[in-house]
Design a protein around this ligand. Sequence first.
Ligand code: NOJ
Length: 747
Amino acid sequence: MKHGWRLAAAAAAAALALGAGPAGAAEAGDVAQRVEALLRQMTLEEKVGQLNQLSGKEFTGPATDKVRSMETEIRSGRVGSMLNIKGVPDTRRLQALALQSRLKIPLLFGLDVIHGYQTVFPVPLGESASWDMEEIEESSRIAAREAAGSGIHWTFAPMVDVGRDPRWGRVMEGAGEDSYLGARIAAARVRGFQGKQLGGVESVMATAKHFATYGAAIAGRDYNAVDMSEHLLHETYLPPFKAALDAGAATFMNAFNTLNGIPATAHSGLQRDILKGAWGFKGFVVSDWGSVREMVVHGYAADLPDAAAKALVAGSDMDMESNAYSTGLAAQVRAGKVPEALVDDAVRRVLAKKFELGLFDDPYRFSNAERERAALNDPRHRQAARRIAGKSIVLLKNEKAALPLRRGLGSIAVIGPLADARRDLEGGWIVKSDAANLASLVDAVREQAGPGTRVTYAPGCDVACRDDRGFKAALDAASAADAVVLAVGESWDMSGEAKSRADIGLPGRQSELFDALRAIGKTPVVVMMAGRPMTFENVAEQADAILYAWFAGSEGARAIADVLFGAVNPSAKLPMSFPRNLGQVPISYQQYETGRPVRDEKNIVYKSAYIDSPNTPRYAFGHGLSYTRFAYRDLRLSASAMAPNGKLTLSFTLANTGKVAGAEVVQLYLRDPLASVVRPVKELKGFQRIELQPGQQKTVSFSIDRDTLAFHNRKLEWVAEPGKFELMVGSASDDIRLRDSITLTER
Ligand code: NOJ
């Protein structure tokens, strides 16, 4: 019966007088016709079915209370999409059920493939620290290849929410605090997941999520309300979404939060006016898990049918796990509360994607055991994971030449609660954890230290580190060693969804372990693992070397060892500011000048300051060190003035003046010092990752045009106002090496 669906689908196609095209991506005009023909055949219940998404047994949210037979629902055409189903046998089995429905419309299988499917890459925030768009695209491609072979059509990624509050656990899934960097990364991830065109069997549809402002939850508490000006929304929170859309993102997911009192799920200003209106988005919007239902809890909808009506009317096309559309939408249409034309529009959007993916031509084309096996066992994927992890690890501090470690040391003690961790290396949102087969940091140091070096291990405590009973063994190991590596930080499940923290310090007594080592005269090299920026003042002040490794993935430990021993020269830069203390949160380098700015930390009387903390972060956005040094020289401008339609080029010379090869992420910042709306003191406007051999130098150029200088004015128009602009080039937002200014002329 393997080809039974073909006969069925062919019969359906003949009935619709459509003709079966070749398997593969369908042409746009052709798709529109096929969608219309199919839509004409559909009952209202079948239409609503296409907008209903249900989860398989592995839940990624709170269970809904409805008991149902999923199989019956699918067979009756009351389900358009499933999430949390994976692998060839399961996706084929459920697809076969959908093909028993009257119109034989295939299911879409969506899954949270966030930073890898089987091969795990660094968590997205960590990978963002690479500032390497090719690598970010590559890791998404690999994730897509592995997922697509296993029957997945659609990933709920990338999360493009700007995050400026490290208490919010989901900063781990994003690209950090900056809208420009976030937009570039959003586009790279969409390109990686979707490939050249939807319909390729090694690609999956991407989802730009969570539309919108989910990252600005009050007090960093997950799912909390958001209150935000229109200006900040347009300037900072929307651009990564627009970039994802421009890169072709097939779908959007809305958000759990309310924005200025309106749930994002029923926010027609966001979904209808901006996304589907001004931006012309042709794909479909899926709700977040249960977010339609939760509008009743918010106090915005009276009951489930009311929630369904409000969400659909506001532009939420598909209902994920609320059972709201399936329960109430048809009745709301019949009662005249929801125009059927809006339901039709939503259904068209969903069906179009199914056609574009080629599912009507071959509903099983993504579930392919042979391709799945090949993709999941491709050794190049692990190699890429190691390479990309190496580019994501940030060298925060390196004094007294503590790093890289010398080879040929007599002994190294690797201690700390994360020294022998495996599962934690993978971070949250793992599709197929393979922790047992990963190298831990202890393993990786053993592999690379060489046969003459004795490597010892003692954890000191577990991650929660509630007591110091294990400290003595760790101190004994350390005191006998020539070098000490201390691995501290969060466990994998301390960051991610519903993992907000009110204290972002090192958990429990971990920092006392560091102090105890210092007390016996051993200053360890500190490796930190986490899904967010943490606060760790005493370590920051007293350690000689700190590597921030995030949750670095399947090959994360080997990548850390590569950096520890200098096989990889670190080049990553922070995508989020690291505060000194929680009181500075939320924090971003993109501040606005006050009337009383602090120019000198020693003079803060009547200044915009804290009396008990500097304003500056511990580690600034864009910060990250290297084992070599880079000199920035000779800033040149092709012209000092530019007309509104003009362009100019900023160039400078970057030289590697150290002894080893390395890569520098050079950053271009802008300030508009006088404008009709006060502009931030610094805004990232460009960056490039430049690799240089020792002694080598290169000319680096950035092109500047109106768009570089523009912002949203009071009427939210995108304008560049004539006048002076300051340009700054540097190695971090707080390490500007070169400056100049230009003038934008009236005409
Ligand atoms: C809720 C999360 O907010 C969202 O990002 C995810 O895609 C869905 N659950 C599905 O698991």
